[in-house]
Write a protein that binds this ligand. Structure first.
Ligand SMILES: [Zn+2]
Length: 116
């Protein structure tokens, strides 16, 4: 198994059916979005800020029932925010070697992985 050094997700490099698996970091989760907004590391657009404020107001007016998502979390689920240093192990052909074989590189691999 491998552990992604960016998102900390773990995955096999070869799947059960024998095919290669190419990891791509998922967008930030709702919990990560909350943390990033609180820390000020994620700046929402003006429209998103307005939607978030409306959702916060709606949650104050009508608190979510136990076991249901808040309006804020429902809104945050609609966002797809790429994490910093996102990795994408899917490959692109960048050229050919002298024998004519393709030379491939991962689309994005700023942090690599750790064998676990
Ligand atoms: Zn990852």
């Amino acid at each position: 198994m491998r552990s992604c050094n960016t998102c900390k997700g773990t995955y096999p490099d070869v799947q059960a059916d024998g095919t290669s698996y190419f990891h791509q970091c998922p967008p930030l989760s709702v919990a990560e979005l909350h943390a990033a907004i609180t820390a000020g590391t994620l700046v929402l657009t003006a429209a998103q800020q307005a939607q978030l404020a409306a959702a916060q107001t709606a949650d104050l007016k009508t608190p979510p029932a136990a076991g249901t998502l808040s309006q804020v979390d429902t809104f945050l689920q609609t966002l797809s925010v790429t994490r910093k240093n996102a990795r994408d192990e899917n490959v692109v052909v960048v050229g050919k070697d002298t024998a004519g074989n393709p030379i491939v590189h991962a689309k994005a691999d700023p942090t690599g992985f750790t064998e676990v």
